[in-house]
Design a protein around this ligand. Structure first.
Ligand SMILES: C[S@@+](CC[C@H](N)C(=O)[O-])C[C@H]1O[C@@H](n2cnc3c(N)ncnc32)[C@H](O)[C@@H]1O
Length: 314
């Protein structure tokens, strides 16, 4: 069920509209320790946690909007003012949204393990994750993983142990936990074991961010393109050093065309629209559509620049 508009207004953050890294003090209106839950599902744990520690601030990151809706309803019902939600891919956002040394705790419970090797790049705990944690955690603070997959706990332990920034505690089996998530309850009923890995940051290390600019500027195409030139864009793939972009579809609109684009920076992919607008004075503009608004990553920027070059030379 959809939460009320006020629950979304109060709890859903739109980082793409803000200067990064996020300023938690501005968002919450107070200075307090900040914790993040990655992949909070329906938000039951996050709601409980925010209630248990009212003097901390919390941000949850999830992919589907449905999870955001369910969590926002919990927060509305429980009148939580210390928790916000961000929709998107935590593999990327954890590094891009948070300032160095700004997180008191990062928690990930029952992440999707992506067991097949060909899908390994989708695992949140890929090798780059250790570098991100070494940057965003406060020194002396921890990342906690809870999972029902022993190999996943072991693999994450290996990645994090390989980084000298961390103290790694051996994986615990069936730890006592004050509140259990929906998945945890389900797995325990099926008789599965639960594994917990806790690692503490001893030596912080900077991880380079890639998102520097908040807003995409409009690009200019000197001559308005023909319908054939626009149709020829479909299927074109633009490879750049750090990523790739592909034109999926084009549609006619009242003032020009809409181009549907998939852009990926490493394994972080975004589907968005760009508008090609032909002005009355003959000028032609190329700009990102507002909905759904992508993060302005290198792959997004370079794909748009490539499209504008192709149209220019058509
Ligand atoms: C198995 S569910 C567990 C949900 C919840 N933590 C629980 O224990 O009930 C895994 C969750 O991780 C989310 N997830 C997977 N990959 C993600 C990513 N890259 N960034 C953010 N969330 C992700 C999924 O959308 C899903 O809700």
């Amino acid at each position: 069920m959809k939460p009320s508009p006020s629950a979304l207004r109060d709890h859903l953050l739109h980082p793409e509209d803000r200067d990064l890294p996020l300023k938690a003090e501005e968002i919450f209106g107070r200075k307090a320790p900040l914790a993040v839950e990655v992949g909070f599902g329906g938000g039951e744990y996050l709601n409980w946690w925010a209630g248990e520690q009212p003097d901390w601030n919390f941000i949850g990151i999830e992919l589907p909007l449905d999870c955001i809706f369910r969590a926002a309803r919990h927060f509305e019902d429980s009148k939580r003012s210390n928790v916000r939600l961000v929709q998107g891919d935590a593999r990327y956002l954890l590094r891009e949204l948070f300032a160095a040394g700004s997180l008191r705790h990062v928690l990930m419970q029952f992440p999707m393990p992506w067991p097949k090797e060909k899908h390994a790049k989708h695992r949140v705990s890929s090798p780059g994750f250790a570098a991100t944690l070494a940057d965003v955690l406060e020194p002396g603070c921890s990342f906690e993983l809870v999972t029902d997959q022993d190999w996943y706990a072991a693999e994450t332990e290996t990645h994090l142990s390989a980084n000298p920034a961390f103290d790694v505690t051996p994986v615990e089996i069936n730890p006592e936990r004050p509140f259990r998530t929906r998945y945890e309850t389900k797995w325990l009923e099926e008789g599965r074991q639960i594994y917990r890995l806790l690692v503490t940051l001893k030596t912080p290390a900077a991880a380079p961010r890639t998102l520097k600019i908040k807003k995409m500027e409009t690009l200019h195409v000197k001559t308005p393109p023909t319908q054939e030139a626009i149709e020829a864009l479909v299927g074109q793939r633009f490879e750049h050093g750090c990523g790739v972009g592909q034109v999926k579809e084009v549609f006619r609109s009242s003032d020009g065309w809409v181009v549907r684009i998939l852009a990926a920076d490493d394994a972080f992919s975004q589907l968005f629209h760009a508008r090609i607008v032909v002005k009355k004075d003959g000028r032609c503009l190329l700009r990102i559509d507002e909905v759904p608004r992508p993060y302005y990553t290198a792959a997004v920027r370079q794909t748009l620049e490539s499209i504008s070059r192709v149209l220019q030379n058509a």
